[in-house]
Design a protein around this ligand. Structure first.
Ligand SMILES: Cc1cc2nc3c(=O)[nH]c(=O)nc-3n(C[C@H](O)[C@H](O)[C@H](O)COP(=O)(O)O)c2cc1C
Length: 342
């Protein structure tokens, strides 16, 4: 059976992580992924976006508490999950609030203590939270867009690094658009910390490629949108199916550069950027529209892998398919190249 140190360390069956998907909390999706033997991830990003830009009144702590309780009670006894906490510079107090809620829930609920295994930090420096994360008995998994960021994360002492290439959906680096192929190999060769690959994965062939490059597993975002359980609007899922690999672009959003589907919103934002206009308010309006389900005027984060996705399946079927395909490819590789002669 295909198993890596990621599985042993987190207690998951398969080396597949569902990437955080703000502004959606994706409780149903994360539940399905965790129940299917992968690592489901809840996202706090949506609460943060509202708190820092849209609606200061939102009780972000209660929001996180509610979704942690929901996933704890809706997952099977052997499922495990993670929580994503963005560590954006201007939202550090909010990140600390989230971690406080996580620790309270771990202390007060034995089910959460058994199932919540990791915090995925993103879009910033993990150093601020790492001690509290590890003192709480959790693994710290940090997402990086360049080899340099991986070195910093290792120095901070993270347990796993996610190397996320520019082809991925959601937040990416604007100044350093490094592809997964180069980034993953470079990070694996540079750090001793185990590395998870992200950006462009959707099937078993991708998983085998990631393992061959030295990763201990993959994280997928866009592929998981096109699943039956994903709690994201059907029009969004259909747009992913329709889109080719050429149908995404990167624009600056208020919280950072974001790869998203080409749409009326993103093309207009791109034109504004090209003209050197102030896009801040327009971009926040897009975030608000997305949160309110008004997708025509909102943004739809997605990666270039949209060009490889052509069906909506259940999470269990998807993960099963990925693992079966990966095992088949690994089995066939030796004969495909004529056998290795010594
Ligand atoms: C809709 C969407 C929202 C995302 N939001 C977040 C987020 O809130 N936090 C985060 O760390 N990553 C976020 N990401 C990145 C994913 O977790 C994942 O790393 C990325 O999608 C991997 O690339 P892929 O889309 O090619 O699979 C998002 C991705 C998508 C598609």
């Amino acid at each position: 059976m295909l198993k890596t140190e990621l599985c042993d360390s987190l207690g998951i069956k398969y080396p597949v992580i569902q990437g955080a998907m703000g502004p959606y909390t994706t409780v149903k999706l994360a539940t399905a992924v965790s129940n299917a033997g992968g690592l489901g991830t809840l996202t706090t990003a949506g609460f943060t976006f509202q708190k820092v830009g849209l609606s200061k009144e939102i009780d972000h702590k209660e929001g996180l508490r509610r979704i942690i309780r929901e996933i704890t009670s809706s997952t099977s006894s052997d499922a495990v999950f993670a929580v994503n906490i963005p560590t954006l510079k201007h939202a550090i107090p909010i990140a600390e609030d989230y971690l406080g809620v996580v620790i309270e829930e771990l202390e007060s609920n034995s089910g959460t203590r058994k199932k919540l295994k990791a915090i995925v930090t993103s879009a910033g420096d993990p150093a601020i939270l790492i001690k509290s994360i590890q003192d709480a008995g959790l693994k710290c998994i940090h997402i990086v867009p360049t080899i340099q960021h991986a070195k910093t994360a290792e120095k901070a002492g993270v347990d796993f690094i996610i190397a996320s290439g520019t082809e991925g959906g959601g937040v990416v680096s604007y100044n350093y658009p490094i592809t997964t192929l180069v980034l993953l190999r470079g990070v694996v060769k540079t750090v001793k910390t185990p590395v998870i690959a992200a950006g462009g994965f959707c099937d078993g062939a991708g998983l085998v490629a990631a393992l061959a490059l030295g990763a201990v597993g993959i994280q997928m975002g866009t592929r998981f949108i096109a699943t039956e359980e994903c709690d994201i609007h059907q029009d969004y899922k259909d747009s992913i199916l329709r889109a080719s690999e050429r149908d995404t672009l990167i624009t600056i959003m208020p919280y950072g550069p974001c790869r998203q589907l080409k749409s009326e919103f993103s093309l207009t934002l791109q034109e504004m950027m090209n003209r050197g206009e102030d896009t801040f308010n327009y971009a926040w309006e897009g975030v608000k529209n997305t949160i309110e389900g008004n997708l025509e005027k909102g943004f739809m984060a997605a990666g270039q892998v949209t060009g490889l996705i052509d069906d909506i399946v259940s999470v269990k079927e998807l993960i099963g398919r990925i693992i079966r395909e990966a095992e088949e490819i690994i089995g066939k590789l030796n004969s495909k190249i004529g056998g290795i002669t010594r």
